[in-house]
Design a protein. Structure first.
Lengths: 227, 251
């Protein structure tokens, strides 16, 4: 039996992850519901004052998005680790980093993309001005893949460890700060009617940087965890 | 040729068995130098250096704060470099060095944060402001804690060392990004309302205690790192004959 080409292998990994998630759709919905609940908690905590909510909205939406991506991180590799799929992937003739990239892509389609899609709804609840909607969508669209990519390194490092869920947040959240700063910053700027091109360019630069390095670091971490 | 001999000679000391006694002989000297330099630096800083015309006596906190902040970054760089060496060349000694760095670096970071906040209260009127440097120092502290937590949750020392090394390297790529992000975020959100120390040419009476303290902290780092490395070597090599002989001879 000949092994599939690199392209077929990455496509297979992606399709398999999406299919598995589709069969267990509750897993996909949990981070989304979490996102909605966390953003709804803020008005309860700080009061329903519309102008206050408007100032808080960019930060609240971004922090909530960041936390929901993080919550979904441990399912990126955990099941495949438990049933041995991950070891087979590591044994394949193709570079593990590219297969990891496929898994990250699947993770983003299942968590990041739905977050982007429901974010305008929650933004309206928080009184975010409509001029900032475009910035919110664009910054989340560029920023959530970065969160998944950096998260992949954390998830790979904490694979199979006790207390992995809390540990991964400890490892990953400090690394998320630049994305949060420029993601929330762009929305706040757009809400104030200012130019956001610099923020978006920086988010795109983070995406390019993490696309290059994160799969590689995550693959190295997986090899350590699989030893 | 000479370089090759030196390399071979150095390589000998990379084995835990030869490194252990070498570190043992170095530690008293390094510790002595630390004590002398600390005493000199504190004397220069607390008694010789003049009080600042604006900050008064409070400026003396800087003689602890600034070297601690320097060390917090330097130790992280050492940790990442040792981690990289451990990953690439599989040197056990480098693994123990990287693991020794994390708690020392974290304490320097904490020291810088605490002294900074003690200085900030009389100067800025607040224990904490979201100043760019403070914020990036805080994130650096979290990065250290992450490395230590990851290492603590893995039982196998080799695997722990390699995982921590990868994390330290990811962190080292991120530190400049975090630093500049925070700096930019701060300048955008908060105009320079807090009076920062200007950049006057530093007078020798200030510079001398500052540099002495920095060297003293470096010697402290070396002493503490060697002590921690020796402990970890004993722990890891406890089943080898040389450690058992050592234990027997001390009994």
């Amino acid at each position: 039996m000949t092994s599939p080409s690199l392209l077929a292998a990455t496509a297979n990994v992606l399709r398999r992850d999406l299919t598995v998630a589709w069969r267990r759709s509750a897993d996909v919905l949990t981070p989304l519901v979490f996102f909605a609940i966390v953003t709804s908690l803020f008005p309860l905590g700080v009061g329903p004052e519309p102008s206050l909510l408007r100032t808080l909205a960019p930060g609240v939406l971004w922090v909530a998005a960041l936390l929901s991506v993080m919550l979904a991180l441990n399912r990126m590799f955990a099941n495949d680790y438990a049933d041995g799929t991950l070891e087979l992937l590591a044994l394949s003739p193709h570079p593990l980093s590219l297969l990891v990239l496929s898994k990250v892509a699947a993770h983003w389609v299942l968590t990041g993309l739905p977050l982007v899609l429901i974010s305008p709804l929650l933004a309206v609840q928080l009184n975010l001005p409509s001029e900032a909607m475009g910035a919110l969508l664009l910054s989340l669209l560029l920023g959530t893949p970065v969160l998944s990519l950096i998260g992949a390194v954390g998830a790979a490092l904490t694979l199979g460890l006790r207390g992995g869920g809390v540990l991964v947040s400890l490892l990953v959240l400090p690394l998320y700060t630049p994305v949060l700063i420029f993601g929330a910053g762009s929305v706040a700027q757009a809400a104030a009617g200012a130019e956001i091109e610099a923020y978006i360019s920086l988010l795109a630069a983070f995406l390019a940087l993490t696309l290059t390095f994160a799969p590689w670091a995550a693959a190295a971490a997986l090899r350590v965890s699989l030893d | 040729m000479v370089e090759i001999y030196i390399l071979i000679g150095m390589h000998k000391y990379a084995s835990p068995k030869t490194f252990y006694p070498l570190a043992g002989t170095l530690i008293p000297w390094l510790a002595g130098a630390t004590v002398l330099l600390l005493a000199l630096g504190l004397y220069l800083g607390l008694f010789v250096a003049p009080p600042d015309y604006q900050q008064g006596e409070t400026v003396r906190i800087m003689f602890i704060h600034v070297p601690a902040a320097w060390m917090s970054m330097f130790v992280y760089a050492v940790m990442a470099a040792a981690g990289a060496a451990a990953l690439v060349w599989n040197v056990k000694l480098m693994e123990t060095l990287a693991s020794a760095c994390a708690p020392i670096g974290a304490s320097f970071t904490l020291l810088a944060l605490i002294t900074g906040s003690l200085w900030g209260k009389p100067m800025w009127g607040a224990w904490w402001v979201w100043d760019a440097r403070l914020t990036s120092e805080l994130i650096l502290f979290f990065l250290y804690i992450g490395v230590m937590a990851l290492r603590a949750s893995i039982d196998d020392p080799r695997r722990a060392a390699r995982a921590a090394a990868i994390l330290a390297l990811v962190g080292v790529v991120n530190i400049p990004v975090i630093h500049f992000s925070v700096e930019w975020w701060n300048t955008l959100h908060q105009p320079a309302s807090v009076g920062r120390m200007g950049k006057p040419t530093i007078h020798l009476s200030i510079l001398m205690p500052l540099l002495t303290m920095a060297v003293a902290f470096t010697f402290y780092f070396l002493t503490a790192a060697l002590l921690r490395m020796r402990n970890e070597i004993l722990e890891r090599e406890k089943h080898t004959s040389w450690v058992q002989e050592l234990v027997e001879s001390r009994r």
